[in-house]
Design a binder for this molecule. Structure first.
Ligand code: GLC
Length: 593
């Protein structure tokens, strides 16, 4: 039976008193345990108790063997329960990347990725999406979402471009503020979500070809393939003024908006690893900007600081990292940090500052009073109103770039040829961070496709994966897509669409009077070679699990309202952003219909 007379367990006491009381009761082992986050496949639940762990996460695709909302809830609670059995019963907090819905859970609703939301400029839409997402997260007892990315991507060859709202800082600020308002107010009584502004700082400002992932951090003899990780985790080569104006600014508004965790970037600033950057993490973020939440590392990123792990730990914690996303060898981290404190290389004052920040946030979230959420909230997952919201979002993110010869709106009496695998593929419409880390092609989760939607509008529909047809159609809708990717796996040296995609468009062109091109992509793609073959072009970005909704735009039942939040370049010479002034379709371009 817990001693409820203790100050820290008395919810009527001020949080600052509860933290002081609890901190004074904690051993060094309990304190360092709070600073340790392990990924769920690397830790047996009982070790959450044995090592007093503060947090467990699911990395992209870190799913239960049988992936359902119910098993997700059981899995998460299996890590929270042992934390409550420790001497001081400090609840562990579970974190995931729910960057476009509770995207690791099969049959959860998948919303458009941020690049589309940026094009919508609709802050109310974003607020409603993330409130819905928060409810599904809390239904599975997940209280921490590693989101929003407040990245400001400046070179769209980056595989994380689609996680950013825009290349324009002001749009990122506008949308991420709305995100945090929705995430931190799920309107579920006094149960709250922890958001995480990431990745601090300059993750979207790196220079192509500067990525240096040290071989000693790679598992086994895995070598980074030549065409991957070329800009992700690279070096942001800017002076401080530019860094502040472009990349730090969104953190200022995120802090004003109440964000209570910040994740450090894998990248570097002028050659120095962000995970070892005391000036930016402690002096600027915590000091000058007054951030009083806690700072979490990115996945195993402290290991990149030095070949000597002791040095990694000392430099990262002294730089101001409060919790280490280890994520595998949590015992080694705990041993190493303990050794560093015993040796005086990390002061007890630094440890106490980190733990104070973590505990403060846990008290704010109400975790001590309500570590377990209500099972009936599971009904939120995949609910009809969420799917309707995802339909609305797909429609408000689709950006009409070109519409000649009145190709759009389509008319239901027209004969229509639908071409391309992507027209009937949920996985391609969702993109990365869906069910698995990299995303997948195919019917990977519950949802609807654009072909489904067109079939709702017309009875004279022919579907052809390669664009071939026996009869000429009045109009064709060709859908091309980037294969799903995440992070540096998606770094892409050439943004021209592929020869196969060009061939698909040209084949289809011969079988129709008018041709509408719909693009599923995590960034603008270069379509100059086929633009004249297309009467209309729609950038649908990564619309999510309800892509059938786009048919309403094509048939004019819903207006196109979105505007580009990234410059649509016509050649590789127009990259990075600073070189794209001559591009025909700039930020703000978007036809309305
Ligand atoms: C990854 C990403 C980060 C994510 C984390 C946990 O490395 O950089 O955005 O939150 O790991 O999945």
């Amino acid at each position: 039976m817990q001693n409820i007379s203790s100050i820290y367990q008395n919810s009527s006491r001020p949080i600052v008193d509860r933290v002081d009381d609890l901190l004074n009761r904690m051993t060094l082992a309990e304190k360092i345990g709070q600073m340790t986050q392990a990924e769920k496949n690397s830790i047996p639940p009982e070790d959450v108790k044995n090592y007093y762990l503060g947090s467990v996460l699911s990395g992209g695709g870190g799913v239960p063997e049988v992936n359902t909302p119910e098993t997700w809830r059981e899995m998460v609670q299996s890590y929270i329960r042992p934390s409550l059995e420790t001497r001081l019963a400090i609840p562990a907090i579970y974190g995931v990347d729910a960057v476009h819905g509770h995207n690791n859970v099969i049959d959860a609703t998948i919303f458009p990725h941020n690049i589309g939301l940026g094009a919508s400029r609709d802050t109310d839409l974003v607020r409603r999406i993330v409130q819905a997402t928060a409810r599904t997260l809390l239904a599975t007892n997940v209280h921490w979402n590693f989101s929003p990315a407040v990245s400001v991507p400046q070179d769209i060859r980056w595989g994380r471009t689609y996680e950013g709202y825009s290349e324009d800082t002001d749009i990122v600020i506008q949308m991420s503020q709305a995100y945090l308002e929705g995430l931190q107010n799920p309107d579920l009584g006094d149960v709250n979500m922890l958001g995480c502004a990431k990745h601090f700082v300059g993750d979207g400002g790196t220079t192509w070809g500067t990525t240096k992932i040290p071989q000693w951090t790679l598992e086994g003899n895995w070598q980074v393939p030549d065409d991957m990780f070329k800009i992700d985790q690279g070096d942001t080569q800017l002076d401080e003024d530019e860094l502040r104006k472009i990349h730090i600014a969104p953190y200022i508004t995120a802090i004003d908006g109440g964000v209570r965790s910040v994740m450090v970037s894998h990248s570097m600033w002028n050659g120095v690893k962000m995970h070892a950057h005391k000036y930016l993490v402690t002096d600027v973020l915590k000091g000058e900007m007054g951030f009083t939440g806690f700072v979490v590392s990115d996945w195993m990123s402290i290991n990149q600081i030095s070949e000597d792990y002791y040095t990694c730990v000392v430099k990262a914690i002294n730089a101001g990292i409060d919790m280490n996303m280890v994520p595998y060898d949590y015992k080694l981290f705990i041993q190493t940090l303990t050794k560093a404190v015993d040796a005086g290389d990390v002061t007890l004052e630094r440890i106490d500052d980190a733990v104070r920040r973590i505990l403060t946030v846990k008290f704010e979230l109400g975790l001590f009073e309500q570590p377990y959420t209500h099972e009936q909230w599971l009904d939120y997952i995949g609910a009809d109103d969420h799917r309707d919201l995802a339909r609305e979002a797909a429609q408000k993110t689709a950006t009409l770039l070109k519409n000649d010869n009145s190709a759009l709106p389509l008319r239901s009496e027209q004969s229509i040829l639908v071409a391309g695998q992507a027209a009937d593929d949920i996985g391609l419409a969702c993109g990365g961070w869906t069910i698995s880390w990299q995303g997948m092609v195919g019917a990977i989760t519950k949802g609807t496709t654009l072909l489904d939607g067109i079939r709702q509008h017309s009875e004279n529909v022919t579907y052809s994966v390669d664009g071939s047809a026996d009869e000429r159609a009045n109009v064709a809708v060709v859908v091309i897509a980037e294969d799903p990717y995440a992070e540096g796996i998606g770094d892409r040296p050439d943004l021209n669409i592929t020869d196969e995609q060009k061939q698909l468009i040209r084949t289809t062109r011969t079988n129709c009077d008018k041709l509408v091109l719909v693009i599923y992509s995590g960034r603008p793609l270069i379509i100059a070679d086929v633009l004249d073959d297309c009467d209309a072009v729609v950038a649908a970005w990564l619309p999510g699990s309800e892509a059938s909704a786009l048919a309403d735009n094509l048939y004019g039942d819903v207006l196109f309202t979105a505007k580009l939040s990234y410059t649509w370049v016509e050649s590789m010479e127009q990259l990075p952003r600073k070189n794209s002034g001559s591009a025909k379709w700039q930020v703000g371009h978007g036809l309305s219909l």
